[in-house]
Design a protein around this ligand. Structure first.
Ligand code: ZN
Length: 184
């Protein structure tokens, strides 16, 4: 598990990228599209943009600033996601950028885009339902719909699924196990 580190630790200077004489500046829109190609290492069906971890992309003078909010502190995928974003930017020829980790406000499953939720379902993972704040009020009584058959007759088998960020559920109707993306 990663401990909470100081945000400054995550500022990654990219001076090791060789200068590219014809480096044309990508537009912010192109950069969002570029990072939409970076898949979540745990659920490759969904991109880091759809997951809502990329919070902002902006040019400050000649340096690109990308702000990332990790899904869960302690989620081992977080560092991997940052490395993947970094390498996507490098491959696009960017040589001056800073990756910043912003821990507040904390990521919530509410930030997963509608397209991202649909892809989670197609991937066999029950997307987070409702808003995280609503669910926490409801405690453990929430109904998780089976992503395979849509049944609401499901039960939690284990608090942890294929990763710590997901819980393992089983459908009582089609008997299929599935991961549920836990709301925080
Ligand atoms: Zn089912």
């Amino acid at each position: 598990m990663l401990s909470g580190k100081h945000p400054m630790d995550s500022l990654i200077a990219s001076d090791r990228i060789p200068a590219n004489a014809s480096g044309e500046r990508l537009s912010i829109e192109q950069l969002w599209q570029l990072l939409d190609e970076v898949k979540d290492p745990e659920v490759p069906a969904i991109s880091v943009v759809e997951l809502g971890v990329v919070r902002s992309i902006e040019w400050q003078d000649d340096t690109l600033h990308v702000c990332v909010t990790p899904t869960y502190s302690g989620c081992p995928a977080t560092e991997l996601i940052e490395q993947m974003i970094q390498s996507a930017l490098e491959q696009a020829g960017l040589r001056q950028f800073q990756l910043e980790t912003r821990l507040a406000p904390a990521w919530t499953t509410d930030w997963i885009t509608p397209a991202g939720r649909e892809k989670l379902r197609e991937f066999g993972i029950a997307p987070p339902q409702g808003s995280a704040s609503k669910l926490s009020l409801m405690g453990h009584s929430e109904i998780i719909e089976c992503p395979h058959c849509g049944s609401q007759q499901t039960e939690q088998v284990s608090e942890f699924g294929s990763t710590a960020c997901k819980a393992l559920y089983r459908c009582r109707d089609c008997l299929e196990p599935f991961d549920y993306f836990k709301c925080i």
